[in-house]
Design a protein around this ligand. Structure first.
Ligand code: NAD
Length: 370
């Protein structure tokens, strides 16, 4: 890839504080490794509303469409609670996901050995955990029509959502899961509710056909989504890649996230379809956490989720696998040294702020790259 165009959308609350730590890494990669990142900045969420009266301006949307990858901080906060629904901060993120057609949401749940004790599960159940949930993001019950509340005229109302999936949607999300599995432990578990839902029957059928046609080298298991929820908290290390629909993925990825301890540690990626000519995918990388207004501006936010999101960007948008590995090793090393932001602090560890963690990761990364 000739250039590497990154659009930075720090957003609101702790978003800009966390993004600043990634900007340090980008500068180091450009200076030391000649990585060639070209960055632009834009506004999203409440900050975009304050500047333009919109959750994201058309100019910034155009930049997002032209970029190779978008790095997104977080949006929202009480200041913008009164703004009209269509321009609420989250509308900026939804617009980005829709216009970039980001149908595949990747949520890793990695438990760093140094943090195994902060999980609500026993350390031996989560230590060394490394699973990836691939959630379908643009279809299913969150978008299916009809979607309405109707008045039945007899004092009753009826709320309707429609779970709907077409073959191509299941084919393309399972294809993403199988391809990612090939770069990991080569094992996919597909989760649906084929015992009670027609969309689950089709999901199961299409995943099985896609596997047979193109990915027979990958181990495939099917599991009912409720049983999958139980297995995730019983023995999560049995999984490698889990592929599931929008609704089950929303819930299962939050369950998996909590296995690892803190919101401040969790990255994510959302990918679109490969471009027919270049093969590259539109992509947006963001931490799972929100704008954390309760700690914004205090310099105590954990930047690791944002930094780990950048590691995913290196891996999935730019094929910089060695650099992504080094960055993840650097994060792990900083935790092993005992440096902690308040959200992951435990006895005997050293509490430091956002910039100190960011600086330590940069330093470790440079040492590993030397
Ligand atoms: P939140 O994730 O912002 O915060 C939940 C709790 O976790 C808070 O106590 C916060 O201090 C803590 N926390 C979160 N990230 C942290 C980090 N990196 N380091 C240390 N502590 C961290 O969720 P919330 O409080 O429910 O929502 C706050 C605002 O964020 C709301 O306006 C909400 O709509 C928005 N939100 C945005 C996104 C997004 O931008 N993708 C996601 C979730 C929530």
């Amino acid at each position: 890839m000739a250039s590497k165009k990154l659009l930075l959308l720090p957003g609101d609350g702790i978003g800009p504080e966390a993004m600043a730590e990634v900007e340090k890494l980008i500068a180091v990669m450009n200076a030391d490794l000649g990585a060639g990142f070209e960055t632009e900045r834009g506004l999203v969420g409440g900050s975009a509303y304050d500047a333009h009266g919109q959750a994201i301006s058309e100019a910034d949307m155009a930049k997002a469409l032209a970029a190779d990858a978008v790095l997104f901080g977080a949006v929202g906060g009480p200041k913008w609670d009164p703004v009209p629904y269509e321009v609420r901060p989250e509308a900026g993120l939804l617009r980005l996901r829709k216009d970039l057609a980001l149908f595949a949401n990747l949520r890793p749940a990695i438990c760093y050995p140094a943090l195994a004790a902060s999980s609500s599960l026993k350390p031996e159940v989560v230590e060394g955990l490394d699973i990836l949930i691939v959630r379908e993001l643009t279809g299913g019950v969150y978008f299916g029509e009809p979607k309405e509340i109707i008045d039945l005229g007899n004092g009753q109302k009826r709320g309707i959502d429609t779970q709907v999936y077409d073959t191509f949607e299941i084919e393309r999300i399972s294809g993403v899961a199988f391809e990612l599995a090939r770069t990991r432990k080569n094992h996919v578990t597909s989760m649906e509710k084929r015992n009670v839902m027609k969309s689950g029957v089709l999901w199961n059928e299409v995943v099985t056909q896609t596997h047979k046609a193109k990915y027979a080298d990958v181990k495939l298991d099917h599991m009912l989504a409720d049983a999958g929820g139980m297995q995730l908290v019983r023995w999560p290390k049995q999984f490698d890649v889990i592929v599931t629909d929008n609704l089950f993925g929303d819930m299962l990825s939050d369950v998996a996230a909590m296995l690892t301890g803190s919101l401040g540690m969790l990255p994510s990626a959302s990918l679109g379809a490969p471009d027919a000519k270049t093969g590259s995918r539109k992509a947006l990388y963001e931490p799972v956490h929100g704008s954390a207004p309760d700690i914004a501006g205090k310099g105590i936010a954990n930047p690791i989720a944002m930094i780990a999101s950048f590691a995913m960007c290196l891996r999935y948008s730019f094929g910089m696998v060695a650099e992504a590995d080094r960055l993840e090793t650097a994060i792990s090393a900083v935790l092993d040294e005992g440096l902690r932001t308040r959200d992951i602090l435990s006895e005997g560890k050293t509490e430091v702020g956002t910039t100190a963690i960011g600086d330590a990761v940069v330093e470790r990364f440079r040492a590993l790259s030397a």
